[in-house]
Design a protein around this ligand. Structure first.
Ligand code: 5GP
Ligand code: ZN
Length: 112
């Protein structure tokens, strides 16, 4: 399996890391769409939110609490958006579960 995010986890591909521990990795999106655009991923390869299993329940809560800390560290005090594009119709382009943390300025809604 040749997964770009697994290669970032194993450091075969460089990324601007924001946070790392035994379970997750956070790094700047290579093509930011707003001033704060960070990707948060589990180190374990999970293809998408559609592929989550019961055993992943705690991991997802863990990721959301870390996103809260990362958003604070990046000054997103007025709020931010957490996005998960899931599957083809959801616009997912990298098939390793990831959450976009988007912030740094006011975001429009709906996204279209
Ligand atoms: P998706 O469309 O799957 O929700 O988002 C994938 C995101 O990953 C995109 O925003 C894209 O810019 C980002 N991305 C794709 N390849 C790389 C990479 O090699 N490094 C980093 N840092 N981001 C990537
Ligand atoms: Zn992967």
């Amino acid at each position: 399996m040749n997964c770009i995010f697994c290669n970032i986890v194993s450091k075969k591909v460089p990324a601007k890391l924001v946070y790392e521990d035994s379970k997750i990795l956070a790094f700047h999106d290579v093509n930011p769409v707003v001033s704060v655009h960070i990707l948060i991923i589990p180190k374990k390869h999970i293809e998408s939110a559609m592929h989550l299993k019961k055993e992943d329940e705690q991991l997802i809560g863990y990721i959301f609490l870390k996103i809260k800390d990362i958003a604070k560290n990046f000054g997103c005090d007025n709020g931010y958006r957490i996005v998960n594009n899931c599957g083809k119709d959801g616009g997912q382009t990298v098939n390793h579960l990831h959450f976009h943390l988007l912030g740094g300025n006011s975001l429009s809604w709906p996204p279209g």
